[in-house]
Design a protein around this ligand. Structure first.
Ligand code: NAD
Length: 258
């Protein structure tokens, strides 16, 4: 049977990679996120051509609970159910705590943490009715370890791991698994955009941000690829992962082994 998958923040980077992998696997996919209308149309056409399923775009802003509700109800109305929910949308802001703008703090917590609560509270009744579901939260190595100047991001990512475990316990007897993926650094627009700010905060060059900050703890000394993260999402949604719930899979080149 064709699976239906909702991926938040999937017009770019890791989310787009995950959407692409599920579309190629034959699923119906609801993509979401920001970007120029033309680029989104191109992405839709590309994904639609990959497999048997249908691909739909919904523009919900993950800081707006009513739009999140509309994303989930639209997915259900269009495809009849939601089999897989991937909470992925994210942004970053790099600054010292005392300089961190409070509205940025609120925005990061809303997008990285509260949006997953809202997608989940609307999706869980749908999955319970079906007696099946897979919820995959794209967390981060920063769900397990901190870095300076990323207070909101690290707090939200640690929080999403707590939400993952709580939901897993609540849903284990309903055929629904809930897990997190914790990637190390993946060279996406989100990472590219934080390089100048990190260079400024630390007083180093942009090249040194890559080699001395981002890849310093990544023991492989290589960025993780989008495809590696997407393959893990496909695995967590597969029957082989039926008994994996309430945990995380790190894909961080050895970062959190230290
Ligand atoms: P990205 O900037 O390439 O993509 C982010 C996506 O989220 C885009 O589609 C964007 O439009 C969307 N988005 C942003 N704000 C939104 C909002 N308010 N409402 C709806 N969509 C919104 O970033 P990425 O690196 O692919 O990050 C995706 C996820 O992976 C994030 O949760 C991020 O924290 C996590 N992550 C990234 C890395 C990395 O190194 N890139 C590492 C670990 C975890």
């Amino acid at each position: 049977m064709t699976k239906t998958v909702v991926v938040t923040g999937s017009t770019s980077g890791i989310g787009l990679g995950i959407a692409r992998a599920f579309a190629a696997d034959g699923a119906n996919v609801v993509i979401n996120g920001f970007g120029p209308a033309e680029e989104i149309q191109t992405t839709l056409r590309e994904l639609d051509g990959l497999g048997e399923g249908t691909v739909l775009y919904h523009p919900a802003d993950m800081t707006k609970p009513s739009e999140i509700e509309d994303l989930i109800t639209t997915a259900e109305k269009t495809f009849g159910t939601i089999d897989v929910l991937v909470n992925n949308a994210g942004i970053q802001h790099v600054a010292k705590i005392e300089d961190f703008p409070p509205d940025k703090w609120d925005q990061l917590i809303a997008i990285l943490l509260s949006s997953a609560f809202h997608t989940m509270r609307h999706t869980i009744p749908i999955m319970k009715r079906a007696g099946y579901g897979r919820i995959i939260n794209v967390a981060s190595a920063h769900a397990l370890a901190a870095s300076p100047f990323k207070s909101a991001y690290v707090a939200a990512k640690h929080g999403i791991l707590g939400l993952t475990k709580t939901a897993a316990l609540e849903l284990a007897e309903f055929g629904i698994t809930v897990n997190a993926i914790c990637p190390g650094y993946v060279l996406t627009p989100l990472v590219e955009r934080q390089i100048p700010d990190t260079a400024r905060e630390r007083g180093i060059s942009e090249a040194e941000v890559k080699s001395e900050v981002m890849l310093r703890l990544q023991a492989t000394k290589e960025f993780v690829s989008i495809e590696e993260v997407a393959a893990t999402a496909i695995f967590l949604a597969s029957d082989a992962a039926r008994s994996i719930t309430g945990t995380h899979i790190s894909i961080d080149g050895g970062w959190t082994a230290q």
